[in-house]
Ligand binder design. Structure first.
Ligand SMILES: Nc1ncnc2c1ncn2[C@@H]1O[C@H](COP(=O)(O)OP(=O)(O)OP(=O)(O)O)[C@@H](O)[C@H]1O
Ligand SMILES: [Mg+2]
Length: 272
């Protein structure tokens, strides 16, 4: 089991509600991937979304990042209610994500992949470059500085010029985190950031997640299967099972919840 200092050991203060999911339902044909799911994410919180395979976790993240529109329900982000967010809108509002399977440009270097995470922040275009060279250059320097800070923070200096396809999987996951951070998100969605990692790599990733939360104040919703990791780093846990929310609360309470234990053991559901 991964051992890191628990999130509760820090002195951080959890803030106002940043994101509210209101009774979201989404079906794919006959599959009810999400059924009336509702929960909140508070400013600076690390929320873990857990549940057995096929529970609807990735679908939930896809709704939050605007990839899917719900059939019913809505999303309140920073106080504004919307039926659905478009991906570009979600990104502009400050929501960034990583993917369950690493989605990087494999032939591009670490640095160039991270720079792609900044494109929304880059206001100057070709014409600006031609007409206002000085402004464009100042912006470029500012972008580089942000990216350099992230590279430094995640300790990936040594691989900045390496095409990411040549990196071990654990490092690719870290580059993906770096790219998401390059957008300077308010809310960061991480889909199994530690999948396929050995325990040492998991420990490192836990530390980076906690440090990002602490240093940048980034609110996080992450999907994770390793219960040790979930217990160690999350402030609160939401449990999905067959598209329904079956528990929501502090890690210790959720772990002891009979409905959660039943879901993980695959025995009959409480409402079956
Ligand atoms: N684009 C899609 N088209 C059809 N069915 C889908 C689609 N995406 C998800 N599903 C189905 O919705 C359900 C929930 O899938 P989802 O990927 O959200 O689960 P998950 O909790 O992330 O599982 P895992 O732990 O395996 O990643 C599954 O039955 C899945 O097959
Ligand atoms: Mg998934």
């Amino acid at each position: 089991m991964t051992q890191v200092a628990p999130a509760s050991a820090s002195t951080k203060s959890i803030g106002e509600v940043l994101l509210k999911i209101e009774d979201v339902s989404l079906s794919f044909g006959a599959v009810h991937a999400l059924s009336e799911v509702g929960f909140e994410v508070r400013d600076r919180e690390i929320l873990a979304i857990i549940g057995p395979n096929g529970a609807g976790k990735t679908t939930m993240l896809n709704v939050l990042s605007g990839w899917y529109g719900p059939d019913q329900g809505g999303i309140v982000f920073k106080g504004v209610r919307r039926r659905r967010l478009r991906p570009h809108e979600a990104a502009t509002l400050g929501i960034a994500r990583t993917f369950q399977n690493v989605a990087l440009f494999k032939r591009m270097t670490t640095l160039d992949n991270i720079m792609t995470g900044r494109h929304l922040k880059m206001r100057t275009n070709f014409l600006d470059h031609a007409l206002y060279w000085g402004r464009a250059e100042r912006e470029e320097i500012a972008h580089r500085e942000t990216v350099e800070r992230i590279i430094d923070f995640l300790e990936i200096e040594a691989i900045r010029k390496v095409p990411v396809g040549r990196l071990p999987y654990g490092l690719q996951k870290r580059v993906e985190l770096a790219r998401a951070l390059a957008a300077e998100p308010t809310l960061l969605l991480l889909d199994e950031p530690m999948a396929g990692m050995n325990s040492e790599e998991k420990e490192d990733m836990c530390r980076y997640i906690l440090d990002v939360n602490d240093e940048f104040g980034t609110t996080m919703a992450l999907i994770e299967h390793d219960m040790g990791v979930v217990m160690d780093i999350s402030d609160r846990v939401v449990v999905l099972d067959y598209g329904r929310k079956i528990a929501d609360g502090p890690p210790d309470r959720v772990r002891a919840d009979p409905a959660v234990i039943a879901a993980y053991l695959g025995v009959a559901h409480a409402d079956a």
